[in-house]
Design a protein around this ligand. Structure first.
Ligand SMILES: Nc1ncnc2c1ncn2[C@@H]1O[C@H](COP(=O)(O)OP(=O)(O)OP(=O)(O)O)[C@@H](O)[C@H]1O
Ligand SMILES: [Mg+2]
Length: 150
């Protein structure tokens, strides 16, 4: 057996993800397979093709009307289908985050972005205000260099 390099470790492993919304009679997501290592992945599709539904299913943030099933829904080896609400709350904003395309529903317009990123670090990583602000700044630097290297 050979060791898997850290960059090749599977972060998300999804098999046959199906989501339907009560009353629609249609599958919003029908049999999605997805494997993600520590790389970038883009989901592309026309409006209504189910991109946000996939994201919300991973975050377990689908509305109560949604029915979800999957042969496999693993994040870092953890079975998200059976994770408790407590486990999901620890994961969200710490290891997984979702910002929907309409920032009005994700970000508070009366607070700076820095404050909102720092708040996540305070809540999920137990950092003090000062360390959280430093962590937020480190995030910007990391995302800036990620963008400039493509
Ligand atoms: N809460 C909901 N209740 C019922 N149907 C929904 C709900 N949310 C999404 N849908 C339906 O599920 C399907 C997939 O929608 P979804 O929002 O996931 O698509 P999308 O690819 O993110 O679209 P867009 O590019 O417009 O954001 C669509 O047919 C949509 O109408
Ligand atoms: Mg969407």
């Amino acid at each position: 057996m050979t060791d898997t390099p850290a960059s090749d470790k599977i972060l998300l492993d999804i098999r046959n993800l199906v989501v339907s919304y009560a009353g629609s009679g249609l599958r919003a997501v029908d049999g999605v397979d997805l494997t993600l290592t520590r790389t970038k992945l883009g989901l592309v599709g026309e409006s209504g093709s189910g991109k946000s539904t996939v994201g919300r299913a991973i975050m377990r943030l689908l509305p109560p009307s949604a029915r979800i099933s999957a042969d496999k829904l693993l994040f870092n080896g953890m079975d998200l289908s059976h994770a408790s609400q407590d486990d999901m709350a620890k994961l969200r904003g710490n290891q997984i985050a979702l910002i929907m395309q309409d920032p009005r529903y994700s970000l508070n317009p009366v607070l700076t972005i820095g404050k909102q990123v720092a708040e996540t670090a305070i809540l999920h990583q137990g950092l003090s205000g000062k360390s959280a602000r430093e962590a937020a700044r480190a995030c910007w630097s990391a995302s800036r260099s990620a963008m400039s290297t493509g």
